[in-house]
Design a protein. Structure first.
Length: 254
């Protein structure tokens, strides 16, 4: 009977290694999904290996291998003194984009046009996929909008919170992640909206009415109604951009 060389792994050990690699891949995918969904936020320290192993019902060896994969891919980084932290994927892009829209208000209209497409889709999904807790959160934000003194600077913050809550309720990890990546830009945009583009008391009441229409349609589990309400809301926003950007035609030459 032929004997294997000293450095040759047995079929059993090869199979065991493949199983371990498969578990580590699954753990890495699950961790990446938690990061993308915002469960583990950019800059946040991850739970320790033992806690992650308990959460995912796997060994610490598998967790360690999964974290090594995510480090190699640039999604997490080691923390001095031990532990792992989520890397901010938007760290360079979002501040630069936010600064761009601050300096060039014309670029905000392009973003508003893109939001119209995406947020109508998200509102439709939210009416189908939202949990009762998520519906309650959307309603709570709208109720807070009704109560706050808009002179204290909170109306833009609540506007951001409303649109983020609809994104969370959409059930789309990809969409939530995309929106979280441009959150600083969205905040800059909505601050401009609520204090410059349409900052009057009448505008505040109109935006509140529009937000309430979206929230009520989501709560009623009416996907087409939610989509139509969001389309009316963001269509109204775009109309205000067009009004602000419109200039009289140049005089004709004699």
């Amino acid at each position: 009977m032929a004997r294997r060389g000293k450095g040759t792994a047995s079929p059993f050990h090869k199979q065991e290694r493949q199983v371990r690699q498969g578990v580590a891949d699954r753990v890495a995918t699950d961790l990446l999904r938690l990061i993308a969904s915002g469960e583990f936020k950019a800059g946040e320290r991850l739970p320790g290996e033992r806690q992650l192993a308990d959460m995912m019902n796997v060994s610490r060896v598998s967790v360690r291998a999964a974290l090594q994969r995510l480090k190699a891919q640039g999604f997490v980084t080691a923390v001095q003194g031990g532990g792992t932290r989520v890397v901010s994927g938007a760290g360079g892009a979002d501040p630069a984009l936010a600064e761009l829209v601050r300096l060039d208000r014309g670029s905000l209209q392009e973003l508003a046009e893109m939001r119209l497409i995406l947020e109508v889709w998200a509102a439709r999904r939210a009416a189908v996929h939202a949990t009762e807790e998520q519906i309650g959160e959307i309603q709570r934000i709208v109720e807070e909008m009704e109560r706050v003194d808009h002179r204290d600077g909170t109306k833009a913050q609540l506007d951001v919170a409303f649109h983020m809550a609809v994104a969370n309720a959409s059930g789309s990890v990809v969409y939530r992640h995309l929106l979280s990546l441009i959150r600083a830009t969205l905040t800059e945009m909505l601050t401009y909206h609520r204090y410059e583009l349409f900052g009057t008391n009448w505008d505040d009441l109109e935006v509140l009415r529009q937000h309430r229409s979206v929230a009520d349609a989501v709560a009623a589990r009416d996907p087409e109604g939610a989509a139509a309400a969001m389309e009316r809301h963001l269509g109204w926003v775009l109309q205000r951009y067009r009004q602000a950007c419109s200039t009289p035609p140049p005089p004709s030459r004699p």
